[in-house]
Design a protein around this ligand. Structure first.
Ligand code: F6R
Length: 615
């Protein structure tokens, strides 16, 4: 949550900062702001409530000169979204400006101590406390901003990625991180700072990922220096080359990133599978597992921790791993797991499943399991993010940047990796036959083509969306492999259309939820031909008997459900364990078109942000 950008070099900083904020807007869009030091040494700060566009509008005709600056796009934690609480925040004297992503847990104690020393505060934010603390340290210790930030990091408790500029030193940006991401782009005589690499890629593909507890001094025209905040030892700088293209960050003619990302799935899943399944379907290769074969052969239990959509993918992973590897799997909400008292033993494997690789709860759950001796494995999308860097091993889903706040292609990428993983471990353990493995692996290879087939439903779904745009409640029902699909379908609808929706195991509905069914409560039922097909058919009848409208997602050629459901969407036949990869597509499109009809901001739904780096 919150995106930060910084620039120092020869170009006009404002342009780079604004463009960077647009790239990071998916991380938060309550307010935004920039702080730029101009040639005369003035520190100009412009902030505005709302989207980056509002900031641009506000900054028109202002002095935007200067080639050093920092900027921020906010997802509010401390204090409501308004101009005053927007970042950058400034020290009382107006000398130091700072942007911050994260939360400072001891800010009220620090604020009280500073108030007692005569400091006053204009905002309700924890960030203003931190910037005042930095200036206080500078004054009392008579030191540079670098020394003061280093000292401040020892007094601050919490998560932060920060960038700081000092009006009296227009040739330096200080950046530091603890539990929130920060990337430094290294150009020719210029440096870029950002919460992730997306604002950097159009200028340079060379980046340095700051580690937790590190502080960087970025001096104009000099080599980048990174130090450990506590020991003050200089860190060895590792430059990573980014494998990302600008096209991946643009809408490419689609009205929304979400729609682009839905339609990208045939390609993203082909990328996800690429090099991992042999052409004959007989062999699955995931080096992160093969290199730790003994761990997976000997583990007695796998725990998967995740949040939101990733948690839904994890539930599908449980079915896959239990079916093909015969290893018990527990799926936990990361936010619950981290504060519970789980029994973790050395033989446990914990999988942290996360698109962003930055979700604070998932990261904390992982650390908890790691310190209890579990082997920790990451399945993430964002390369170089915090979770892959904290795990013993892992594999990427390789679906490219997901910018729409509602996760789509990452979900199918996660399920695909979990499917490949379960086949591989099953093969290593001998719990899946060669023929079964080949059948399913070959089916995984067919998924991209089958998804293209499903896109033919696009017009039909658009029409269907018109019928249901004004519904106030929705029920999503599914069983077995598609119970998590029902949860995911409901979440997609809720988060982008703001229509209340609940996902349920279809049979569980009888135990209470069925009381809600009437003519105004449509049900989306995933009724594909699986081992519980007949049971799901009965559940549809139960809904229909109570006057409920049913949209059914069925297997191509189904003649039974089509006679009882009000609307039917057909998906192609595939191995049962892979059906969530196909049923996800109409669910995503239905949510998308309903939200568009309601005039919602699909890519940036209210109150949400893409990367949840706070608790
Ligand atoms: C919903 C959505 C969220 C994320 C959740 C976890 O569409 O995107 O529910 O799935 O915040 O995020 P990651 O996967 O980045 O850990």
């Amino acid at each position: 949550m919150c995106g930060i950008v910084g620039y120092i070099g020869q170009r006009r900083a404002y342009d780079i900062l604004i463009q960077g904020l647009h790239r990071l807007e998916y991380r938060g869009y309550d307010s935004s702001g920039v702080a730029i030091i101009n040639e005369e040494g003035s520190l100009n700060i412009y902030k505005s409530k709302g989207k980056v566009e509002a900031l641009e509008h506000y900054a028109e005709n202002k002095d935007l000169s200067g080639n050093i600056g920092i900027a921020h796009t906010r997802w509010a934690t401390h204090g409501e979204p308004n101009d005053i609480n927007a970042h950058p925040h400034c020290s009382e004297s107006g000398r130091i400006a700072m942007v911050h992503n994260g939360t400072i847990e001891n800010y009220s104690v620090l604020k009280e101590a500073l108030s007692n020393k005569g400091y006053t505060f204009v905002s309700q934010t924890d960030t203003e406390v931190a910037v005042q603390l930095i200036e206080y340290i500078m004054q009392t210790n008579n030191c540079s901003a670098f020394e003061a930030v280093k000292e401040a990091t020892k007094r601050i408790v919490g998560a932060y990625a920060i960038a700081v500029v000092d009006r009296q030193n227009p040739n330096t940006i200080i950046a530091a991180r603890q539990s929130s991401p920060l990337v430094i782009g290294v150009g020719e005589d210029e440096y870029f700072i950002a919460s992730d690499a997306t604002p950097i890629i159009e200028y340079t593909n060379k980046v340095v990922y700051l580690n937790d507890g590190e502080i960087a001094v970025i001096n104009r025209g000099e080599e980048l220096k990174v130090y450990d905040c506590k020991s003050a030892d200089e860190s060895k700088i590792e430059i990573t080359e980014l494998q990302m293209s600008i096209e991946e960050l643009e809408k490419g003619g689609y009205p929304h990133f979400m729609l682009k990302e839905i339609f990208e799935q045939p390609r993203t899943l082909a990328d996800c599978i690429s090099g991992r399944i042999s052409a004959d379907g007989k062999q699955v290769t995931l080096s992160g597992i093969i290199e730790h074969k003994d761990i997976f052969l000997n583990t007695n239990r796998i725990i998967i921790v995740a949040c939101g959509t990733s948690w839904h993918a994890a539930l599908i992973g449980k079915h896959l791993i239990e079916d093909f590897c015969r290893i018990p799997v527990v799926v936990e909400y990361a936010s619950e797991f981290r504060y519970s008292n789980p029994v973790i033993t050395k033989g446990d494997v914990l999988i942290a499943l996360s698109q962003s690789g930055e979700t604070a709860d998932t990261l904390a759950a992982l650390e908890k399991a790691k310190s209890a001796g579990a082997f920790v494995f990451g399945i993430c999308n964002v390369i170089g993010s915090s979770i892959p860097r904290a795990t013993d091993s892992g594999c990427y889903i390789h679906v490219g940047p997901e910018i729409g706040v509602a996760s789509t292609k990452a979900f199918t990428g996660q399920v695909t990796v979990l499917a490949m993983m379960s086949l591989l471990i099953g093969q290593m353990k001998g719990t899946i036959s060669d023929s079964k493995l080949q059948e399913i692996a070959s089916d995984i290879r067919r998924v991209p083509t089958l998804i293209k087939e499903i896109f033919k439903l696009n017009d039909q779904i658009q029409e269907l969306a018109k019928i249901f745009t004004y519904a106030h409640n929705f029920l999503y029902l599914g069983r077995g492999y598609n119970y998590p699909s029902a949860l995911e379908g409901a979440l997609k609808l809720k988060e982008i259309s703001y229509i209340h929706a609940e996902g349920y195991p279809a049979a569980e509905m009888k135990h209470g939820t069925i009381a809600l069914i009437d003519n105004d409560m449509p049900s989306v039922v995933i009724a594909i031909k699986d081992n519980v097909y007949e049971k799901t058919v009965s559940n549809i009848q139960q809904v229909k008997a109570r006057g409920g409208k049913v949209v059914a997602i069925v297997t191509e050629g189904d003649t039974i459900v089509s006679q009882m459901a009000d609307y039917v969407l057909e998906v192609p036949q595939i191995s049962e364990c892979l059906t969530p990869l196909l049923t996800a597509i109409p669910l995503q499109l239905l949510a998308y078109y309903i939200a568009v009809n309601k005039g919602r901001n699909v890519d940036q739904p209210r109150n949400l942000a893409k990367s949840v780096t706070v608790e």
